[in-house]
Write a protein that binds this ligand. Sequence first.
Ligand SMILES: C[S@@+](CC[C@H](N)C(=O)[O-])C[C@H]1O[C@@H](n2cnc3c(N)ncnc32)[C@H](O)[C@@H]1O
Length: 224
Amino acid sequence: MGTKGHLIATRFFSSNASSYDKIVRLTTFYRDSSWKREMMRFMDGKNKQVLDLACGTGILSSFIHNGSSSAKIFGADLTYEYLKLAKNRQSYALLTNSLAEFLPYRDESFDVIVSSYLVKYAELSTMVREHWRVLRKGGKIIIHDFTYPNARIMKLLWHFYFQILNELGKVIRPWKDVFSNLDKLIQQNPWVNNLVKELDIVGFTYISKKYYTCGTSAIVYAKK
Ligand SMILES: C[S@@+](CC[C@H](N)C(=O)[O-])C[C@H]1O[C@@H](n2cnc3c(N)ncnc32)[C@H](O)[C@@H]1O
């Protein structure tokens, strides 16, 4: 079964895996690394089995490894071309070509599930239930993605920035679709509050949300 978000992600990431790392660094003005470091602040050294969901090319794996060197890291992503690059990093115990909503893992397999830039494509309710299923008791989730800023001035800057990205997409062809549609996807998806609601319904505790870089990105944390 697919979702609309999953179809958008399939379209977005079909032909740009090789340039992804460079593009994410440049287009976030190197904020990507600091957001990923912030995610790691929610982890502790005791994490044994970590699932990097929508791992893409595997950028997050080195951050996980630095924060918790004994962690066994598993990766999952729907785009095979991205997984091939993640495999080159040799940080993962196992990589699976799978959807976040339907994980090929047994119940209570993981101590932590992390994801960066996945949630806006995911079918929230199914994904949260799947998180609950594969997490051990006391396990944590750390979910990060872009958000639409609240402050008026930031909104203006944000839209201006996406106009520039849109123009860039005309010359960086493999990223055209992403650069011209990502703003609408983020703006129309109030994922932070929706996710917090779903987590609460399913029974997660210690749910927290934190915004970064003037409200342009957020991390949601919760515990089973
Ligand atoms: C922008 S990349 C992020 C990669 C990586 N997490 C990072 O932080 O660099 C988004 C990834 O999400 C994957 N993705 C999107 N929707 C997904 C879903 N429903 N299940 C699994 N992977 C998904 C895409 O294939 C893509 O590799």
